[in-house]
Design a protein around this ligand. Structure first.
Ligand SMILES: Nc1nc2c(ncn2[C@@H]2O[C@H](COP(=O)(O)OP(=O)(O)OP(=O)(O)O)[C@@H](O)[C@H]2O)c(=O)[nH]1
Length: 515
């Protein structure tokens, strides 16, 4: 009972402070949760960025290939027209045929907006849109480019507002030269900027997405978001153009635009055949929108888990606290029970007035020493001590003084008991008993005599006594249990008879029982 109580009480502070361990474990689990979430969210962001970057690059490559094939068509048609002009000459019939072929090409090839040919003065002699006589393109940059001698190369010029259509067009031109290289004019194909814009705007890049078709020198040819100003803008200073001009034909870069302050992921791809490139960009925010949602969900989950672990930790802490309080209470209860037990034990074995062993204890003790002495064959002595004329004492001095006298007599008796095993008990009323194991008659009588003398020495006044003071009469019995007396009762009766004899002989004396 005592042990288990002790174990329970030790539990909260035992095993290296479980509260501290629990708090450390909760902090550890929460930290791991938060850290792993942070790492996962970071990794997920990097993945999202990588995916978008790859998508931008792929899209740029596809759009570049689309632009390149359009330019190739124009290149081929212009080469064919120049060849026809070269072989058929500038006669009226050939010019008419050239016009017919050109118109047929335009209606067949959706990519081209118009086809034109002008002579060395810039005067049109072929135009699929409008009247040839009305226009002259000698003022155009591309005209002057070919006039200065450009060989067979296709020249991609700056977008211009078409003289025949009034629409913004990309000009693709080739110079017309005779066999000795004399400049004869220019063959021109125009591409509708709007056609590119429509395609670029159809791509799912969001409101702030950008697609740009530009020349390597930074001239913008077409742009998803465009106004007239766009075509006068030059992007040669952009990091992309710089990279391309350093020989990096494709790649990606994340930039914050100076114009609108939007951070975008750019993918770019430069054509190996023509001096053009396509750049595609989407705002970083759009690229990371899905990731952001996932990140919120992940953080939400992590925080909920942290909260859950925290609450569980608190509950366990409270339970531990309760257990600890219960253990303390249990311990206190156990202590008071132990105290009560020992008090009870004392009460059960002690006489309340004199503090001597009580009758109950005497009976048990006597039975056990009697038994042991009988089996060991050792002697046992027993004495009955009775206060003389005690009734008279009570009558003369009152019951309380009588009690006091009993207490003093008891104290004097107990003071004489120095042998281990000797027991002084209150036999009943004013009668006491002494158990003296392993003592023979003579020393037992001597001990009884010491008791009698000690009581007398107390000198307690007793006017009703023949001795004028409190005295005791003692009946002593001693012998081998089993041999000299068969039972405890026999032994006690012998002592009682001796006491009776002592009384009869005048009191204040010791009488040894005859066996
Ligand atoms: N004050 C007090 N008196 C007690 C106690 N126990 C017994 N007595 C009294 O002790 C007295 C015993 O009286 P008796 O048995 O007549 O014997 P006695 O007067 O001592 O006479 P003898 O034994 O013949 O000398 C009674 O008056 C009891 O009331 C006690 O605990 N306190």
């Amino acid at each position: 009972m005592h042990d288990s109580g002790r174990r329970q009480f030790d539990l909260p502070s035992g095993a290296g402070n479980p509260r501290g361990l629990l708090i450390a474990a909760v902090i550890f689990v929460c930290s791991v949760l938060l850290l792993s979430t942070a790492l996962h969210v970071r990794w997920d962001k990097a993945q999202a960025m990588a995916k978008s970057t790859e998508a931008m690059q792929t899209l740029a490559a596809a759009l570049n290939s689309q632009a390149e094939s359009t330019f190739r068509v124009a290149d081929t048609v212009l080469t064919a027209l120049i060849s026809m002009h070269h072989s058929g000459g500038h006669g009226e019939a050939n010019i008419r045929e050239l016009n017919q072929v050109a118109r047929a090409q335009i209606s067949e090839l959706g990519e081209l907006d118009g086809l034109y040919m002008s002579d060395a003065s810039g005067q049109y002699f072929l135009a699929t849109n409008g009247e040839t006589q009305s226009y002259n393109n000698a003022d155009r940059v591309y005209f002057q480019h070919h006039q200065q001698g450009s060989g067979n190369e296709l020249y991609i010029g700056q977008p211009v507002k078409g003289k025949t259509t009034g629409q913004w067009v990309i000009t693709l031109s080739k110079g017309i030269y005779d066999d000795d290289g004399t400049f004869l004019g220019v063959a021109l194909a125009t591409l509708s900027v709007e056609r590119f814009r429509t395609l670029y705007r159809s791509l799912p890049l969001g409101e702030q997405g950008i697609v740009v078709l530009a020349k390597r020198d930074g001239t913008i040819l077409a742009r998803s978001e465009s106004d007239a100003q766009t075509y006068l803008t030059n992007i040669s200073q952009s990091p992309m153009l710089k990279a391309i001009n350093q020989g990096i034909d494709k790649g990606s870069v994340t930039l914050t635009a100076i114009v609108d302050g939007v951070r975008r992921i750019y993918g770019f791809d430069a054509s190996p055949k023509y001096p053009v490139l396509v750049a595609v960009a989407m705002p970083e925010e759009a690229a990371l929108a899905a990731w952001k949602q996932r990140a919120w969900a992940m953080w939400g989950f992590a925080l909920a888990a942290v909260l859950g672990v925290g609450i569980m930790g608190l509950l366990v802490l409270r339970a531990l606290g309760r257990q600890s309080a219960m253990a303390v209470e249990l311990h206190a209860a156990h202590q008071s029970l132990a105290t009560a037990n020992s008090t009870l034990k004392t009460l059960a074995t002690e006489d309340g007035l004199t503090g001597l062993a009580n009758r109950r204890h005497l009976d048990g003790y006597l039975a056990s020493v009697f038994q042991r002495a009988r089996s060991d064959g050792t002697p046992l002595a027993f004495a009955l001590v009775d206060v003389d004329f005690f009734k008279g004492y009570n009558d003369a001095y009152g019951h309380q003084r009588g009690d006091q006298a009993l207490i003093e007599v008891s104290r004097a008796m107990r003071a004489l008991m120095r042998r281990e095993g000797d027991l002084v008990a209150r036999y009943g009323g004013e009668e006491m008993a002494i158990v003296m194991p392993q003592l023979e008659a003579q020393p037992a009588v001597a001990m009884a005599e010491q008791v009698r003398a000690a009581v007398q020495r107390l000198g307690i006044e007793h006017r009703q006594s023949a001795y004028d003071q409190v005295t005791v009469s003692i009946g002593v019995v001693a012998g081998i249990p089993g041999d000299d007396f068969a039972t405890v009762d026999e032994m006690v009766a012998a002592a009682d008879r001796a006491l009776y004899a002592a009384k009869g002989q005048g009191r204040n004396r010791v009488v040894l029982a005859a066996l």
